[in-house]
Structure formats: structure tokens, C-alpha cells
Write a protein that binds this ligand. Structure first.
Ligand code: KG4
Ligand code: ZN
Length: 367
């Protein structure tokens, strides 16, 4: 379990300054209660965080289940659900303790929990915990969209962003290019037509015997390999904003079948280069098409070293600010849930206690 009270004012390294004429995150509730407890249990991280005013992270605790799932090469939903049941109460208790809050926290404005997308059994654990605490403390419950929470992770660490932003949201389940005109105003620019980028990392890592989770394993292996060793396909690179990664995965398998002597590090580096090339090309194209004031990365794959470096480079070349959340804010955490929950509370009010889990929830698009 890792607990990190971090001042949200800290700018992530390697990011550019926001331009003048920036917009604040409007819509937050007024009143003296500003603290939100966020709970995240959509996949294989049990997380809780305390965030003040949608901005100041007082605690962020993440308990990863990686060790439980590693021997199966991926997340086993039943095991995840059971682990969340065991972990959620101690994780919440630690988040409250690190934030210096007693058993009956003063100043609590709401309890927010991810209600989708994700594994239904896992989501229900966090939702039930949040509802129980909200009732016990007599404060509102807020259901949070996990994808919207990932978008808020960038806002948490880079206050004073200019709008519109282009966000490249790359996780285990999604690969989206989103125009964010302001919080709550999202337009889908492009998405994957088959596998998500993180899914491709996980599948290729598993095939190469690099273990689970695949993204960090490929990232590490690629550091010792030659990214030019194999010329893997860059699907749809020349056109539009959509992505496709399933052919790339097949190409890796065919290559290794033909060349069993190939160095794993070279295959990993060449695969990573191919994924990152396409992500960077499309994100850059989207920024130009939108005339965006900045480019944000979000989601677990945004922790990838090469992607971060390349995005920072092309944004510097194009004179566009790049907002790269810290690695802890890229992967699943509850601070982003609390931040999105605070904004949704101000914008939509509390969620009904009848709200359930929606495994297929998508980003709420406007227009
Ligand atoms: O956002 P996230 O923590 O959970 C989802 O909402 O899916 O993303 C998890 C994904 C996994 O596919 C994992 O392999 C990938 O993010 N990932 C990475 C890296 N760290 C995590 N992919 C590439 N490079 C990394 N360093
Ligand atoms: Zn996620």
C-alpha cells in the first residue's frame, strides 16, 4: 500500500507553462464543506483519497492487486472483487488517517466512487462503501465516471490550464482522443477500432513472457533494446484520428515465429516505438485540427517513458504546452475520482442512492 500526501500545486516535471487567458475549473459547490473522499475500485487497484476543493490532495492511497493477478497473466474479475472487499475499508481508513481526519470527518462535502466503466463486481464494492459512509456521515454520495476522472487527473496537477485541451486518454480499456472545451464538455475526436493501447502492451508482454502488467514490463525491456530492429506496422497513421492495434500485435507474433532468435528487448523496443509513433502522430494532428491550447496525457499508458518524452518533444517543437501528469496520476488512483466528484457535485448535485454500477459507461459527450 502506498500513501502519498502530495501538494497539488507541484508542477509535473517536463511540462510547459499554461498560456495566459486560462480558465478555472468552474462549477464546484460553494459552502464551507470542501473535502471529498474518493474511492476507486474499477479494476485491480483499491484506492482512496482525500481532496480539498477539487484541487489539494491531502492523501492518496493505492493498494495494487498486481501480485494476486500476476500468476494468471491478467486481472481475474472474481479475485479482484474479493480483494476489493478485503482492502477497501483499510484503504479508506488509511486515506482518512493520512489526511488527518478522525472517524467522523469534519468538513466532508461528499463521498465519491467510480461507478463505471470497469468490472461490475469490483465497481459495486467501491459504490457500496461510498454509499455506506455517505449515509453514516449524512453527506451526499457522488457516482463518478472513471474516464472523466482520468481527464481530471491532469487538471489536478496543472491548475490554470487553457481551453480547449486535447486529451490523449490511453488506458487498459480505452484509447481516446478527446477535445475538452472545459470540464464536462467533451467531444470525441478519435478512438481505437479494436484493442486499446494498454491492452496491446499487456498482450504483447504476455506473449513475450515479460509478465503482467505488460506496459511497465515492455517499458523496462525496451530500455535495453533497439527500436529500429523491427519495422512493425503503424496502422492508419497517415489518415484521420482513429487507432488500430490488433494488427500490430499479430505482426509481433508472426515476427517472433519467423525469428525465434530475436532479442526480446529489440522486439519490445520496436513494438513500443510503433505504438508511440501512432499515438504521437494522431495527438499532434488533433491539436492542430482543434487549435488546442494544450495537450494532456491521461490513463495508465501515459506513464510510458517513450510516450512522455516524444509528446514533450513534439509539443515543444509546435509551441504547444504539454501537460504530463505524474505517473501516479496516470494510473488508477482515487484523487482523480475525488476531483471529478467535487466538480460533478457542483454541476449536477448528488447522485441518487439507487445509482448502480455501469460496466460499459462511456465519457459523457456534448453536442
Ligand atoms: O488507467 P489504468 O491504470 O487502468 C485502466 O483504467 O485501464 O491503465 C492500465 C494500463 C495497463 O494496460 C498497463 O499495462 C498500462 O496502463 N501501463 C503502461 C505503463 N504503465 C501502465 N503502458 C505502457 N507503459 C507504461 N509504463
Ligand atoms: Zn483507469
Amino acid at each position: 500500500m502506498s500513501a502519498a500526501p502530495r501538494p497539488s500545486e507541484a508542477s509535473p516535471p517536463g511540462t510547459a507553462e499554461a498560456p495566459s487567458g486560462t480558465a478555472e475549473v468552474a462549477g464546484a459547490p460553494s459552502g464551507s464543506r470542501t473535502t471529498v473522499l474518493g474511492i476507486e475500485t474499477s479494476c485491480d487497484e483499491t484506492a482512496a483519497a482525500v481532496v480539498d476543493g477539487g484541487r489539494l490532495i491531502r492523501s492518496s492511497v493505492v493498494s495494487s492487486q498486481v501480485d494476486l493477478h500476476a500468476r494468471y497473466g491478467g486481472v481475474v474479475p472474481e479475485i479482484a472483487g474479493r480483494a476489493h472487499v478485503e482492502l477497501v475499508t483499510p484503504v479508506v481508513a488509511e486515506a482518512l488517517a493520512v489526511a488527518g481526519l478522525a472517524d467522523v470527518p469534519q468538513g466532508m462535502a461528499a463521498v465519491a466512487a467510480t461507478c463505471g466503466p470497469g468490472l461490475v463486481g469490483s465497481l459495486l464494492v467501491g459504490i457500496s462503501e461510498a454509499k455506506a459512509l455517505a449515509m453514516a456521515w449524512d453527506v451526499p454520495f457522488v457516482g463518478v465516471n472513471h474516464l472523466e476522472a482520468h481527464l481530471f487527473a491532469s487538471l489536478l496537477e496543472a491548475p490554470g490550464l487553457g481551453w480547449p485541451l486535447v486529451v490523449l486518454l490511453v488506458s487498459g480499456g480505452h484509447t481516446l482522443l478527446v477535445e475538452m472545451a472545459a470540464p464536462g464538455h467533451y467531444r470525441l475526436i478519435g478512438q481505437t477500432l479494436d484493442d486499446a493501447a494498454g491492452e496491446a502492451f499487456d498482450k504483447v508482454a504476455r506473449y513475450l513472457g515479460l509478465g503482467y502488467p505488460g506496459g511497465p514490463a515492455i517499458d523496462a525491456a525496451a530500455g535495453h533494446g533497439d527500436p529500429e530492429a523491427f519495422d512493425f506496422p503503424r496502422a492508419l497513421a497517415g489518415e484521420g484520428f482513429d487507432f488500430s492495434f490488433s494488427g500490430l500485435k499479430t505482426s509481433v507474433v508472426r515476427t517472433v515465429e519467423r525469428r525465434p532468435d530475436a532479442e526480446t528487448a529489440d522486439v519490445a523496443a520496436s513494438f513500443q516505438q510503433a505504438v508511440v509513433d501512432v499515438l504521437v502522430t494522431k495527438a499532434r494532428r488533433a491539436v492542430a485540427a482543434v487549435g488546442a491550447a494544450g495537450l494532456c496525457l491521461a490513463g495508465g499508458v501515459a506513464a510510458n517513458s517513450l510516450l512522455r518524452r516524444r509528446i514533450a518533444e513534439v509539443c515543444a517543437e509546435d509551441g504547444v504546452p504539454a501537460y504530463l501528469p505524474s505517473r501516479e496520476m496516470c494510473t488508477d488512483n482515487a484523487a482523480m475520482v475525488a476531483a471529478a466528484g467535487w466538480w460533478r457535485l457542483g454541476h449536477d448535485g448528488p447522485s441518487p442512492m439507487s445509482l448502480g454500477a455501469d460496466p460499459n459507461l462511456f465519457l459523457p459527450l456534448s453536442g
